[in-house]
Design a binder for this molecule. Structure first.
Ligand code: RB5
Length: 145
């Protein structure tokens, strides 16, 4: 199950991503907004909460640029959120950073690219090895600041 959420800027794109990837067999827990104006940190908190608790394996967050969502998400312990706008970075943030949340900008990405990036994010595994040591160092920073 994938947790997904957006603010008012991302409603259309979120719907497109959900519809496209549901057809490919992914399942989503949609935490809003359905259209009402809202504050993106509130949605980031809800989506990341389900990822940290383990109820959802990954999260997708969409706002106008994806930047506000990524800043908010990365304040939450256990979240490694990546702002994704190209396929190489999207693939490598899974392979090397084991990112568990992806953020996208509805005002910067077309729907076709966004759905393709989401699929890459959801289907690429973590490489482990030396990258785990680096993630452990990130966790140390998180635990000591
Ligand atoms: C909302 O207008 C906009 O500020 C928000 O969607 C996002 O882009 C913030 O980073």
């Amino acid at each position: 199950m994938i947790a997904i959420g957006c603010d008012h800027a991302g409603v259309e794109l979120k719907k497109y991503v959900i519809d496209t990837l549901t057809e490919k067999g992914f399942e989503f827990c949609d935490l809003g907004t359905d259209g009402e104006p809202c504050d993106y940190p509130d949605i980031a908190k809800k989506v990341c909460g389900l990822v940290v608790s383990g109820e959802c394996e990954k999260g997708i967050l969409i706002c106008g640029t994806g930047i506000g969502m990524s800043i908010a998400a990365n304040k939450i312990k256990g979240i490694r959120a990546a702002l994704c706008s190209d396929s190489f970075s999207t693939k490598y943030t899974r392979l090397h950073n084991n990112s568990n949340v992806m953020c996208m900008g509805a005002r910067t990405l077309g729907p076709g690219l966004a759905a393709e990036l989401a699929e890459i994010f959801l289907t690429t595994g973590f490489e482990g090895g030396r990258h785990q040591r680096r993630i452990d160092l990130i966790t140390d920073i998180e635990n000591n600041n």
